[in-house]
Design a protein around this ligand. Structure first.
Ligand code: MG
Length: 291
């Protein structure tokens, strides 16, 4: 008798509290209504679980942090095996005391940009750099380098600490297009970070259908918020998109004659993860294409 009353009570309580209890039951039994934007139902337990990633650690002034577990480490201070001169050949930067110096001490006449051997599309990229101290030169001549996505789109690297320049060429600017939202530069000699989230331009039937977008945090502060990129960057040009573009390209670091130091560079390709998120097709571990 007591158990019958309890069962009745349970049913009544469940029915009354359908918002919470019902959601749990539906989730356990395969989900609620169909999502029109995916092949899954709302709260669908058959949808693949997101891959597990062990987070890294933050850097300190003295010590580079650890990358997340699924990152491709492009530079950890030991060698430049992931890099080549733009277009091929030995790296043009100099490996010195666990950092890469953006100047060629072995062959000063060889001043090509440094290029990753791997090709990338949509990525999360982490880069750390430190400007020469004491500072030399001014405006664009002080500590100039750059981080190029797909070898085409430059995020400016510059010693912009108490050193004004044209704003669309400021540190963190999309060169010649958009200044950073704020100037969050540290003084020369201190380590700084870029965390860049980049999506490639999309092309269909020979036409650009979506421009590239970039979100950038410098030293943990957002300086580009899902900013549209107007086309490949360049000096004194009005950017526009070409008729065709490869789907992937290298990450490049600019050789501009100033000895900027780089450390702790890692990248996470996002396409496979985005595909799993959107279609449920399980992401394989990140594997870059090497040219
Ligand atoms: Mg530059």
């Amino acid at each position: 008798m007591y158990s019958m009353i309890r069962r009745k009570l349970t049913v009544t309580v469940c029915a009354a509290g359908l918002g919470v209890a019902g959601a749990i039951v539906l989730a356990q039994e395969g989900g609620g209504p169909q999502q029109p934007w995916s092949k899954f139902k709302v709260h669908d337990m058959t949808r693949p679980q997101p891959p597990i990633v062990t987070p890294g650690t933050f850097s300190t002034p003295d010590q580079p942090g650890k990358p997340p577990s699924d990152a491709i480490v492009l530079f950890d201070g030991k060698d430049m095996n992931h890099w080549q001169a733009k277009g091929g050949g030995d790296p043009t930067f100099t490996l010195q005391d666990g950092v890469m110096l953006s100047t060629n001490l072995q062959d000063p006449s060889n001043n090509k940009y440094l290029q990753s051997k791997d090709q990338f599309g949509d990525v999360q990229l982490h880069v750390e750099w430190s400007e020469p101290t004491p500072p030399k030169g001014d405006s664009q001549g002080r500590g100039n380098s750059g981080v190029f996505m797909m070898g085409l789109f430059e995020t400016q690297v510059l010693d912009n600490y108490q050193n004004p320049t044209y704003p669309d060429g400021a540190c963190g600017g999309i060169y010649g297009q958009y200044p950073p939202l704020v100037n969050v530069c540290r003084p020369p000699g201190e380590w700084q970070t870029y965390d860049i989230i980049f999506t490639t331009p999309r092309y269909q039937d020979g036409k650009m259908t979506e421009p590239a977008y970039i979100t950038t945090l410098q030293n943990g502060v957002i300086i580009q918020n899902h900013q549209r990129i107007e086309g490949p960057t360049g000096h004194m040009i009005v950017a526009h998109y070409p008729d065709t573009m490869l789907e992937k390209g290298p990450i490049e670091l600019q050789f501009h004659g100033n000895p900027v130091r780089y450390r702790n560079i890692w990248v996470r390709p996002l396409e496979a993860l985005e595909k799993q998120q959107q279609t449920g097709e399980v992401a394989a571990p990140a594997a870059p294409e090497t040219k």
